[in-house]
Design a protein around this ligand. Structure first.
Ligand SMILES: *Cc1c(COP(=O)(O)O)cnc(C)c1O
Length: 443
């Protein structure tokens, strides 16, 4: 992680997130290599997991990403307005008003309902552009997508034995008894309607199916049961792909694996991997060691000192006196609080790294805009100084200076590392560095 210099922090107030774009690019390059022959989709949803959408997207593309993926139509359009021409996948059906704009901008939407198929077709007619989509298939996440188990149990046509021979995974699922032997009338009706939609959208001349995807629900879990469930999802996905091919629909880009799946299950990489967390150097659950041998965190969070003062003995600090001094101590007030995303349940637990490298514990409740740390006596020299000149304290980083990492903070706050970075709020400026130099993020 690039070092913080006075040139960078002297004009900044309160707290800020420093994002190392050279590291972001390196992470993408490492994942591109991990992907091998598969393509790399860089997941930049949620403002690039809190790191900033456009600068991160550009760095990942520079590192070799082939595709970008986002969760909202407006994020997809922001990427296009930022001049990004790479293919983009929206991980959802579009919001009502966005269809024509997304079609005009050449964004791939996820598709898993008849209603979305109709709206995409209407938008294609309106704009005179093809409506692009990836079929979303549910293989066990129970979130979005056509229900692959149900649909494979109720094929719209009988496959000839020759066609069946081209579907070994489908036959395996049948043999394992994992497909439904009989369907209720409601299930049969639902399956038939879904197949009608799928065949319609695959055949519609105004539409183009660029891919098909599903999402693994157990890739970051340990144990035999999780491995079995992941394998079953892979089988369902493969079978669905084979059956469509046997019916004459060759899907160009099939993709299943997020970070943990790509890391732990090579057989799940298919035509493209879709990592998010690994690009930001954040380990999925149970993946700490393999993550850190592949990628590094790209963000460090710093807060400036708002005040340094002497606290008398037996004096409570902050709301409710969660902590109070035993003897006279030096207290630093940091300009960061839970409204910046510095979680309140880190109160009296977390620590920061001071300018000279010491650890300073948080004392008392974290407030909305401030929190307090106990300082070593050496910081008494700053009692009468202009604190804006003082190097900020580091709240979060890659751990190389002893600072907390996102996963350590998450463990302390009963959270998850991705939630830690996604929770850093919009009022916290993002500062971008490349090889130690600050660069302008651009529009
Ligand atoms: C968020 C998401 C990803 C990326 O997940 P990570 O665990 O961050 O790698 C991939 N695919 C889909 C569909 C997602 O929603």
């Amino acid at each position: 992680m690039a070092k913080l210099t006075p040139e960078i922090y002297k004009n900044l107030d309160r707290n800020f997130l420093v994002v190392d774009l050279a590291q972001a690019e390196k992470n993408a390059a490492a994942l591109k290599q991990l992907a091998g022959k598969s393509k790399l989709a860089a997941v930049v949803k949620a403002d690039a997991y809190g790191h900033g959408l456009l600068p991160c997207a550009r760095a990942f593309l520079a590192g070799g990403a082939d595709y970008l993926a986002v969760a909202t139509g407006s994020a997809a359009l922001t990427l296009r307005k930022g001049g990004i021409t790479a293919p983009i996948l929206l991980f959802s059906e579009a919001e009502q008003l966005h269809y024509p704009e997304l079609v005009a901008a050449g964004i791939n939407i996820s598709l898993y309902s008849a209603a979305a198929g109709r709206k995409l077709q209407a938008a294609a007619q309106l704009t005179g552009r093809q409506g692009l989509f990836h079929l979303a298939i549910d293989t066990g996440m129970s979130r979005i997508g056509f229900d692959s188990r149900l649909l494979l149990s109720a094929l719209p046509q009988t496959l000839t034995s020759e066609q069946q021979d081209a579907c070994p995974n489908f036959k395996l699922l049948q043999k394992q008894g994992f497909l439904l032997a009989s369907l209720t009338p409601a299930e049969a009706e639902n399956a038939a309607a879904s197949w009608t939609t799928i065949l319609e959208v695959l055949q519609a001349p105004e539409l183009r199916c660029n891919g098909m995807f599903s999402h693994l629900a157990f890739a970051d879990c340990v144990g035999e049961e999780a491995a079995l469930r992941t394998e079953r999802q892979r089988l369902l996905f493969s079978a669905f792909k084979e059956v469509l091919a046997a019916m004459g629909y060759k899907i160009p880009l099939c993709h299943l694996a997020q970070s943990a799946g790509a890391l732990r299950y090579p057989a799940c990489r298919f035509d493209m991997i879709r990592p998010g967390s690994l690009l930001y150097g954040l380990p999925p659950a149970n993946c700490l060691t393999p993550t850190l041998s592949l990628v590094q965190p790209i963000a460090s969070w710093y807060a400036k000192f708002a005040r340094i003062f002497r606290l008398p003995p037996h004096t409570p600090v902050s709301y409710g006196g969660l902590w109070q001094s035993e003897r006279e101590v030096l207290i630093g007030v940091l300009a960061v609080g839970y409204a910046d995303g510095y979680r309140r349940n880190l109160s009296s637990k977390a620590y920061v790294i001071l300018p000279q490298g010491e650890k300073a514990p948080i004392r008392g409740r974290i407030c909305m805009d401030y929190c307090m740390v106990e300082l070593p006596e050496t910081y008494a020299v700053y009692l009468q100084r202009d604190l804006s000149e003082l190097q900020p304290a580091e709240l979060l980083g890659d751990g190389s200076r002893g600072e907390m990492t996102a996963w350590e903070m998450a463990a302390m706050a009963d959270s998850f590392d991705l939630e830690v970075t996604c929770s850093i709020t919009a009022r916290v400026p993002r500062i971008y560095l490349r090889n130690g130099q600050q660069i302008q993020a651009g529009p």
